[in-house]
Design a protein around this ligand. Structure first.
Ligand code: ATP
Length: 515
């Protein structure tokens, strides 16, 4: 990761304020002072979120003839979560600081500590890169520099000890690692820690109208299980043969110990998941394919490669035989936005055992039935939204003392694609602008405004990421031309109204990044 990726907590505050000011995201139930870590999406936020979701759906379902979609309910039979292992093992290790009474995830305290060591290594590399310029040999530096070697040994040592503790389920050892590393609570500054305890992340509620009949059900903690329990239904109705995938977008709920960093970690969020069913023994090929495909998709959002990263899991979940995260460099650190997991035949086998229904596939080439293996790609819609905001937000110095805030979103995701402005609100310019609006609104999300100076109107469009602004002036009435202004370059061209649709259509085309 390069140096631009490490920024400060303040930058997130800037993004949060921007989201509020421009109608992307509001705190939930704000008139009652809000509800911690719960957020609502405003007029521009919902457009961006919907566009992002549809873009994922198109990339998955429309572009892959062997992927189909479903939309399963949030409530599922309680046995689902017994079979999947969530009732027994969907836990996070929590630890409290006795002085501040603040609660933390023990694993996150250790991971953050290791991340700081990694940061030191990166800083040493950057310094040396600057010092030696073109002659710099990074691989050699990493292998020989004493500072780097010392930090590498330290980070690897902690990782190995932590991995062993997790694998053995040894919570006392997890606590001991925190004590030995002298990790202090950021609030109280003390190291007065409680024991580490496991905490189940599922929300439960009751269904049934009278207490005696009520039974406990869960809010789904992932959308994946809705796909597994529908495996046979989809197989029998979609004419798919293995390998094939099932995609789904929907809400998931986790009672996170610490929900923070804005919409990065919330207790209610949306996942976009795809489970890809393959012949046993071929799963690693598919795992590699999906790793590469998903990285390409992230790049198509305009994320530079140096802000993206693969990170293999230290300890794979109970259902997986390989797992990797795609990480993004947020202002508050390098964090997961998508998980890619080789889930083996764990889920289907578990559901088969608990339901008594055969969840198998007859492979006519092999003349054999089996429980398929599964590769999962699972991405957070809200986290990716946040990555788009963090990546796109820029404050630019212009001529003189002027500056502008511009949200460089990919044009195909922008909440508004065209701003349409009469230069002044008289002489028939507004009527002409309205005519253009009524023509273009069939193909694009447009916004028309007459108030304020044209400069102010451009700035507002820049701040919400609108790629094009069209201005109707007196010349328009004479020769049917308008000016079209491009967001990123601020360049203005004069074009005939007849050309508008085609020019904008080319620019906001979602296909370009994926071809
Ligand atoms: P983390 O380690 O950050 O808790 P996870 O590994 O538990 O995440 P997965 O179960 O792999 O996450 O879920 C897939 C994706 O769902 C994540 O990559 C993330 O984008 C999203 N996600 C998971 N938990 C949350 C949450 N509490 N809030 C927002 N998005 C989430």
């Amino acid at each position: 990761m390069s140096k631009e990726t490490t920024t400060t907590q303040n930058d997130l505050q800037v993004i949060i304020s921007h989201c509020k000011e421009y109608g992307f995201i509001f705190p939930s139930s704000e008139i009652y002072d809000g509800l911690g870590a719960v957020y609502d999406y405003g007029p521009y936020g919902v457009e961006l979120k919907n566009n992002l979701q549809q873009y994922w759906w198109k990339a998955m379902v429309q572009l892959n003839e062997n992927i189909v979609g479903i939309d399963a309910a949030i409530f599922m039979h309680p046995k689902t979560w017994k079979a999947s292992g969530h009732v027994d093992a969907f836990n996070d290790p929590l630890i409290d600081n006795k002085d501040s009474k603040k609660r933390y995830r023990a694993d996150v305290l250790i991971e953050d500590y290791v991340a700081k060591i990694e940061e030191k290594i990166n800083k040493d590399v950057e310094k040396a890169e600057k010092k030696f310029g073109e002659t710099f040999d990074k691989a050699m530096f990493l292998q020989t520099n004493p500072n780097v070697l010392r930090n590498r040994e330290k980070a690897d040592g902690i990782n190995a000890r932590f991995k062993a503790a997790l694998e053995a389920g040894d919570l006392a050892e997890v606590r001991q690692i925190i004590v030995d590393l002298e990790i202090a609570c950021p609030i109280s500054g003390t190291r007065n820690w409680t024991e580490v305890r496991q905490f189940n992340l599922m929300f439960s509620t009751e269904v049934g109208s009278v207490a005696e009949e009520a039974s406990t059900i869960y809010l789904r903690p992932e959308t994946a299980q809705g796909i597994f329990v529908n495996f046979l239904n989809v197989l029998n109705t979609s004419r798919q043969r293995i390998p094939f995938g099932i995609a789904q977008v929907g809400k998931a709920f986790r009672n996170e110990i610490v929900a923070r960093q804005f919409i990065f970690r919330t207790r209610e969020f949306e996942q976009m998941e795809m489970q890809f069913f393959v012949r046993p023994g071929t799963e690693m090929e598919w795992y590699e394919k999906w790793k590469a495909d998903r990285m390409k998709w992230h790049r198509s959002l305009g994320f530079p490669q140096e802000k993206l990263n693969y990170k293999d899991h230290l300890k794979v979940a109970h259902y997986a035989n390989a797992a990797v995260d795609i990480e993004f460099a947020f202002p508050f650190g390098i964090k997961e936005i998508e998980g890619i997991h080789s889930r083996t035949d764990f889920d289907l086998t578990q559901h088969q055992n608990l339901s008594g229904k055969k969840l198998q596939y007859f492979d006519s080439e092999l003349n054999q039935s089996y429980v398929p293996y599964v590769i999962e790609t699972s991405i957070g819609l809200n986290r990716t939204f946040l990555a788009l905001m963090c990546n796109g937000y820029k404050k630019e110095k212009l001529d003189g003392d002027n500056e502008r805030v511009v949200l460089a979103l990919p044009p195909f995701l922008a909440p508004v694609q065209i701003g349409i402005f009469p230069l002044v609100n008289k002489d028939g310019l507004s009527e002409k602008a309205e005519e253009i609006y009524n023509e273009l609104k069939w193909d694009f999300k447009c916004f028309m405004e007459e108030k304020d100076s044209i400069g102010k109107r451009y700035r507002r469009m820049d701040a919400i990421g609108t790629p094009y602004c069209i201005t109707v002036d007196h010349q328009t009435l004479e020769d049917n031309t308008v000016t079209i202004r491009e967001r990123d370059t601020m360049k203005q061209d004069r074009i005939n109204i007849e050309q508008l649709k085609q020019i904008v259509a080319e620019r906001v085309d979602w296909k370009k990044g994926l071809r």
